[in-house]
Design a protein around this ligand. Structure first.
Ligand code: PEP
Ligand code: MG
Length: 402
């Protein structure tokens, strides 16, 4: 079960780097003397200062030094990852969310079905500045080449919110400000450079371009015009480029949910971004630790909203994926399966967990589970239900593939 701050972008980046991280407003964290032994349980959201031998043992760590503790909490080594057969058995495709090149490499090694989300703003954020078309091209080219022949979804920059660049005009409320596609459309020359870099990098690939923070069909139309103009320019210049990439939109704003039928018509694919959808639906800041009890993907309102999207998208369900952190949440995975979603895009570090979770459910069990969750009216009742829940006893036997 994911709470807020786990989905803050700094936390998402820490996950990519394999760094256990805890976010807190508690200023006492600044007073911890250097060289103090710490035990960070990033899963439980707890930092133990000078842990006792008993506390270390409670966490499965003998009398080990703290540097070992860090390793204990990092991911299990990749060689223990099961063969990618479980997801296939129920027809689920598993894509990689990529923030850093290392994610793409890891995704490829773990036989991802492609890249479902490349957060293209990270190179800007890492440098705290805009980077040239050439530099972008080089980064995107490396990403594209990491999974030859597979679908590669490059998302245009989602700048704004908690991803601010130096020198940008401050906004009173950046999460409700010039963020994502609004930023791109307000800065057309930068947008055009990014689209050109993407089109060039994906000239020989199954390139898909996705727009973040879409709230209306007009934004898709405007973005498509920029894309078409970029293609014309590259044609005129004789530079290799993709002539006609698929175009998609993130479903992460309530407005996009309401307009889902229009957005289906205006795009080739859609991806539900639950990190933001939860925040904007429930008016709960995804970076505010004081609200983390409320920021829940299994909130009944969130579940009903997502089920509604899946139902209204109808026979275009194959063009819908989920790429928020909840797509790797064992509580949510069978729910997604149960409402008919067959594409998940998650951090490669979570592949193993996702595959193991998928392997435990048949489609019928998942449908039953989804309908049970959808009948629950309050978050309190939902929390109780999930706490009492036992995972299906029966392991699903899945045929070996590859
Ligand atoms: C999301 O909002 O769920 C998402 C995947 O995008 P980001 O986390 O980059 O905002
Ligand atoms: Mg988002």
């Amino acid at each position: 079960m994911l709470g807020s701050t786990v989905t803050a972008h700094i936390a998402i980046l820490a996950q990519s780097l394999g760094l256990p991280a805890l976010m807190t407003n508690d200023r006492r964290a600044l007073e911890i003397a250097s060289r103090t032994p710490l035990l960070l349980d990033a899963e439980a959201g707890r930092l133990l200062i000078s842990p006792t031998a008993e506390q270390l043992l409670d966490h499965g760590i003998g009398a080990a030094p703290v540097s070992t503790a860090n390793r204990v909490f990092s991911e299990a080594p990749e060689r223990t990852t099961p063969e990618p057969n479980a997801a296939r058995a129920v027809g689920v495709q598993l894509y990689a969310n990529v923030n850093l090149l290392s994610d793409a490499r890891r995704g490829a090694a773990l036989k991802a079905d492609g890249i479902g989300l490349y957060r293209s703003e990270f190179p800007f954020i890492v440098r705290n500045d805009y980077i040239s078309e050439e530099e972008q091209y080089r980064v995107y080219r490396t990403i594209v080449r990491s999974m030859p022949g597979k679908p590669i979804v490059l998302r245009t920059a989602d700048i704004g919110g908690d991803k601010l660049l130096a020198g940008r005009e401050e906004e009173r409320n950046p999460f409700l400000g010039v963020r994502g596609i609004r930023f791109s459309l307000a800065n057309r020359p930068l947008f055009r450079e990014q689209l050109r870099a993407m089109l060039r990098a994906g000239h020989d690939a199954d390139l898909r371009v996705m727009f973040p923070m879409v709230s209306s069909v007009e934004e898709i139309e405007d973005a498509r015009e920029e894309l078409a103009a970029s293609i014309r320019d590259l044609e005129r210049e004789g530079k290799p480029h993709h002539p006609d990439p698929q175009v998609g939109a993130m479903i992460e704003l309530p407005a996009a949910v309401v307009a889902i039928e229009d957005l289906v018509d205006a795009t080739d694919f859609l991806s539900i971004g639950t990190n933001d959808l939860i925040m904007y639906l429930l008016a709960v800041d995804r970076t505010n630790e004081r609200l983390s009890e409320l920021y829940r993907s299994h909130h009944p309102v969130v579940l009903r909203t997502i089920a509604d999207v899946a139902r209204r998208i109808g026979d275009r369900i194959d063009s819908l994926s989920v790429c928020g952190e909840s797509a790797a949440d064992p509580v949510m995975i069978p729910f997604y399966l149960g409402i008919g979603i067959r594409k998940l895009s998650v951090a490669p570090r979570r592949f193993r967990l996702v595959r193991e979770t998928l392997a435990r459910y048949t489609c019928e069990q998942a449908e039953q589970y989804a309908s049970e969750l959808l009948a629950i009216r309050s978050l309190r009742e939902m929390n109780r239900f999930l706490t009492d829940l036992k995972p299906p006893a029966r392991e699903v036997s899945v045929p070996q593939q590859d």
